[in-house]
Design a binder for this molecule. Structure first.
Ligand code: ACM
Length: 264
């Protein structure tokens, strides 16, 4: 199956322009089954105020840009994962939505908020769901979640074949180094779709990456260019958890000795 990332530079606060850019870039892909877009890709990231974040937010269930993504999926017969500034009642969440030809498949709300996000968003309250889209199982993480090995592991234990990771990374190089390592430790595919450009004092680091279950980087973007990459993924490889003929990376764990993880 063909899976890829879309790396671009969203314009802060300009949802219409961003949705048009997404439309153009997704349409430029000849064939893909799943594409991953960056974190907060329809709104930009570094909000000047809570009001600006509020004014650009939308409900995932009936928001305009999510509906546009669904029609794009219907037309292109694909699934898309996109970072969305989600409004739910009077709360905002930094969310990722998985949409397909038939509508919204599911969503994830970022659990580990980075820096000033804590002033705007509520921490995620939906756990770490995995969604079955027929040909594969999709887990979702958002940007700074990458620092927490527990999150990757739970998604692998829940059966994720591909972990889709919409991002707006700002710390040069760190996550891009961690992605292949987490891919190999969990024997899953990871697709990190990062953004480029700058907003205020933040510069985003690009270098979007796809790593395979052996920890090999099989696609990587530049740090500055708008780019789309699509690769073939082999779901059977992500379901083979044997790292040696006698070692299963999930089956050989010792949860009976890991009780410490359940305490703060
Ligand atoms: C980040 O979590 N956007 C760095």
């Amino acid at each position: 199956m063909k899976t890829g990332f879309v790396q671009f530079c969203p314009v802060l606060g300009d949802v219409n322009t961003n949705v048009q850019t997404i439309d153009r870039l997704v349409r430029s892909v000849e064939q893909a089954d799943l594409l991953v877009l960056p974190e907060l890709c329809t709104t930009g990231y570094n909000f000047a105020s809570k009001e600006q974040a509020w004014d650009t937010s939308e409900s995932i269930e009936d928001g305009t840009s999510v509906r546009r993504l669904v029609s794009l999926c219907r037309e292109k017969k694909m699934h898309i994962v996109a970072g969305i500034n989600e409004r739910d009642g009077d709360k905002l969440y930094n969310s990722a939505v998985l949409v397909g030809p038939n509508g919204v498949v599911g969503k994830y709300r970022k659990m580990h908020l980075f820096m000033n996000e804590k002033d705007i968003f509520q921490p995620g309250d939906l756990g770490l769901p995995v969604f079955d889209i027929g040909w594969g199982k999709i887990g979702l993480l958002i940007c700074f979640d990458w620092v927490f090995p527990e999150a990757w592991r739970i998604l692998a234990l829940e059966g994720a074949d591909i972990i889709c990771h919409p991002s707006n990374l700002v710390i040069p190089g760190l996550c891009q180094r961690a992605v292949p390592v987490n891919a190999l430790m969990n024997r899953v595919y990871v697709v990190t779709a990062n953004r480029i450009g700058a907003e205020g004092d933040l510069t985003f680091t690009g270098l979007s990456v796809i790593a395979d279950p052996k920890g090999e980087v099989i696609a990587q973007a530049s740090s500055v260019d708008e780019e789309v990459a699509v690769v073939d993924v082999d779901i059977a490889l992500a379901r083979d958890k044997m790292i040696t003929p006698r070692n299963d990376v999930l089956g050989d764990r010792r949860p009976d000795e890991y009780g410490r993880l359940l305490k703060s």
